[in-house]
Design a protein around this ligand. Sequence first.
Ligand code: FAD
Length: 338
Amino acid sequence: MITMTTTPTNNTFPKIAVIGAGLSGITVARSLENDAEVTIFEKSRGVGGRMATRRNGPHAFDHGAQYFTIRSQEFKAFIQPLIESGIIAPWEAQHAQYDGSQIVDTDRWKTGESRYVGVPGMNSVVKHLSNGITILRNTRITSLTKEEKWILKDEQDQRHGEFDWVISTIPAPQAKLLLPPTASYYADIAAVSMRSCFAVMLGFADPPPITHQVIHIKNADISWIALNSHKPGRANTHTVVIHSSEEYAEAHSNADHDKISKHLCSEVQRITGIALDSAIHTAVHLWRYANNATREPLPVFIDYDLQLASCGDWCCGGRVEGAFTSSYRIVQEINRVL
Ligand SMILES: Cc1cc2nc3c(=O)[nH]c(=O)nc-3n(C[C@H](O)[C@H](O)[C@H](O)COP(=O)(O)OP(=O)(O)OC[C@H]3O[C@@H](n4cnc5c(N)ncnc54)[C@H](O)[C@@H]3O)c2cc1C
């Protein structure tokens, strides 16, 4: 049986459906909350998208975004209350940069801009920002239909509506499958490609023999090693997160996860000398749409006739701040016509 959900109506406010509860979706919802009735649809149980934290017993892992920078005045103003309330804190760590198996730099993180993380997990940022926002979780939107207004359908065949506007904040390759090809900017988003990344999560009973808490690696199958538990406000447990290179993930996306973790851990040892075989918990996650293939900023994607818009980190060069900036740009434009 097909049922229809309707959200409560305030006749003076336009109704807006936002798809995705990552930082982009939450930024849109928070920024429009005084001018519109916003409902977010999120396919997962939790919010945060790629600003994710996974727990296993005493261990917690930020297996997506590792840290972020705050460069624009707009992002700073948006995020400042969370810094003041301790939901976001700077992360100061000893850093090493490798090229192949050579250390080429250990100074980069000693000076310059601060790197920030969510506390106690990366997902705390969006969790905190989502307070008071209407979010339908476990609701994957599978189709959008414009009748008089927008009707959304989820994978249980449930219809949601009616909405004046739909704003999609999901990664471009997923938006390509969902948005109507009649959208004025459809060809532009269909051309965007994103790259994969494997995250290996290791939990330890005792401190692992990490030399630097943060290691970037170029020209190898691994790109990043972090002593995750060193971030501020983490529980007193020991966790390491390894990220593969995009090239490795693209080439091995269908491989067995046990083989992936063994290979990436042995690469850590070969390159840095760090042995991680005392881990008592190992898990692997494949992020299919981790990062943009290019860093060029894209135009603002709004079809005013259809009242359909799209944003996401991929519109502004990827990254956490790019997610905010892309949503900020969309809201500025849409606010003019609401
Ligand atoms: C491994 C990895 C490492 C990273 N490292 C960093 C870093 O160190 N620094 C940095 O700044 N950035 C980093 N990033 C990038 C950063 O995480 C992203 O730029 C940012 O989180 C993107 O936010 P977003 O809201 O645009 O997209 P997302 O966080 O992807 O949010 C989209 C949301 O839409 C939901 N969704 C998708 N399809 C549907 C559907 N059909 N119906 C309903 N919901 C749907 C998803 O579940 C998700 O919650 C990293 C990302 C990854 C994966």
